[in-house]
Ligand binder design. Structure first.
Ligand code: C2E
Ligand code: CA
Ligand code: CA
Ligand code: CA
Length: 275
């Protein structure tokens, strides 16, 4: 009816307003919170499937907001990308993570997410290499996780950035493989060191035969291309065992626990004699 239509419009309008308000609030939060150090790294364990040992961590951004509590990156990363703050955010998180990890066992690797927006910055490799020099963290123990899309808008720039980082020993992983724009052609265009299978396939592989077939195909592809595989989103021992049987190199996921704060990570490493 007409009345219902109007109500729906009013609802739509007010929900759009709320969305814009939330967006503005988060943008303000980014502008003040980045310099204030409110954006911090959490650490998700990465396990070598053959030895069962901890070999490193994926660095995952969290916003420790006094008003909102711990905020998920799915909320603030897209806004940081839109309002031109992703570089500052990324630098702040990376600086902290590299510094945290200096105290840990010297074999552990850090995997850091890089937004496709950052790959449009001709200074990206210089910025990252400067962070490595300033912190004293070794380039060989840093892996960058790269996804999809804008990356390949300017393939020549992405190639040159990745080339100069790799020259210094930094490793490059193709993240979220199997979804969106992370497609087969990218494997030829850029010299990746590793493929990460998207968690949407891994979390469902024990109940969904299509997911299982996709994980198997990616594992086979990795073997054929001689690219090691990290599977993310392993939530059960059954899935871990299947990934091992498929020859995946590394695994991460809630089976091993949720991402940890730096304090929790230190505590865990101390118990494992890795501090
Ligand atoms: P991603 O790179 O695919 O990161 C993995 C996400 O899967 C993380 O969510 C992690 O907590 C979650 N996860 C890990 N194990 C499991 C599992 O067993 N089951 C399920 N269902 N989920 C699992 P998180 O921390 O919320 O990060 C979401 C996304 O935000 C990331 O996806 C990444 O795209 C982005 N992101 C996070 N930190 C950064 C950052 O510092 N920079 C950039 N550019 N993006 C980031
Ligand atoms: Ca990632
Ligand atoms: Ca991923
Ligand atoms: Ca993702």
């Amino acid at each position: 009816s007409k009345k219902q239509g109007r109500n729906q419009f009013a609802w739509f309008e007010s929900s759009m307003q709320t969305e814009i308000q939330t967006q503005n609030m988060i943008e303000k939060g980014l502008r003040t919170g980045i310099p204030a150090g409110e954006f911090i790294p959490y650490y998700e364990q990465q396990i070598d499937l053959e030895s069962g040992k901890l070999v490193g961590f994926e660095v995952l951004a969290r916003w420790n907001s006094s008003a909102l509590g711990l905020v998920s990156p799915d909320i603030f990363i897209p806004i940081a990308e839109e309002c031109g703050l992703i570089s500052d955010l990324s630098e702040s998180i990376m600086r902290r993570a590299l510094t945290d990890a200096l105290d840990w066992d010297s074999e552990l690797i850090l995997s850091v997410n890089i937004s496709p927006i950052q790959l449009r910055d001709p200074w990206l490799s210089q910025k990252i290499l400067k962070l490595l020099t300033e912190t004293g963290y070794p380039a060989e123990r840093l892996e960058l996780e790269i996804t999809e899309s804008a990356l390949f808008e300017n393939i020549a720039l992405a190639q040159s950035i990745i080339g100069s980082l790799k020259n210094q020993g930094v490793k490059i992983a193709l993240d979220d493989f199997g979804t969106g724009y992370s497609s087969l052609s990218h494997l030829r265009a850029l010299p990746f060191d590793r493929i990460k299978i998207d968690r949407s396939f891994v979390t469902t592989m024990d109940e969904n035969s299509e997911s299982a077939a996709i994980v198997e195909a990616i594992a086979q592809l990795g073997q054929n291309l001689r690219l090691p595989i990290t599977a993310e989103g392993a939530e059960s021992v059954e899935v871990v065992n299947r990934l091992r049987a498929l020859g995946c190199g590394k695994v991460q996921g809630y089976h091993y626990g949720q991402p940890l704060s730096v304090e929790q990570t230190r505590w865990m490493l101390a118990r494992a004699n890795l501090l």
